[in-house]
Design a protein around this ligand. Structure first.
Ligand code: ZN
Length: 163
């Protein structure tokens, strides 16, 4: 069986090789498109994870799922952002922001992701999205809105294992 890697800088090689082994397609460019971001989380400091590239410890972990092969892999956010064209870094950035300040607006992308995962209700998702629309974007949150934002952010942080 011949496998073609169109371009392979050394740091990407092991990751690409493992991804290819677990993919249906036989080329890196096709294979990487089979993978979707299934879950993101912060590693437990007592048992930090290992990226598919061999790098360890990784703190910001992504679980990727391939629906064609049914495989799930753990890849560090760094490698996902660099090699896999999935938007994990945007999600981690949003989560780092709300972890530092629980009253910060959660990004639309993070709210959508959390809703798809079933962590947030439809109402929560619409609430988050609405805070990025029109004049609400720049207005500071009312005490009631801030309270809801904190509840939502804490829910997200719990699901991604951020303490
Ligand atoms: Zn890696």
């Amino acid at each position: 069986m011949t496998r073609t890697l169109t371009s392979k800088p050394p740091s990407r090689f092991k990751l690409a090789e493992r991804i290819l082994e677990l993919s249906f397609a036989q080329t890196w460019d096709e294979a990487k498109r089979e993978w979707e971001l299934d879950h993101i989380y912060f590693a437990d400091p007592w048992s930090p994870g290992t990226c598919l590239c061999g790098h360890s410890p990784i703190v910001e972990q992504c679980e990727l799922f391939n629906s064609l092969t049914g495989e799930t892999v753990t890849v560090g956010n760094h490698c996902v952002a660099r090699f896999l064209d999935l938007r994990s870094e945007g999600l981690f950035r949003a989560i780092r922001r709300v972890a530092a300040d629980h009253e910060r607006r959660l990004s639309v992308a993070a709210a959508e992701f959390a809703w798809k995962k079933g962590w947030l209700t439809e109402w929560d998702r619409i609430f988050c999205v609405s805070l990025h629309r029109g004049r609400k974007r720049t207005r500071s949150l009312s005490p009631r809105q801030a309270e809801i934002m904190v509840r939502i952010n804490k829910t997200i942080l719990r699901h991604v294992g951020h303490s």
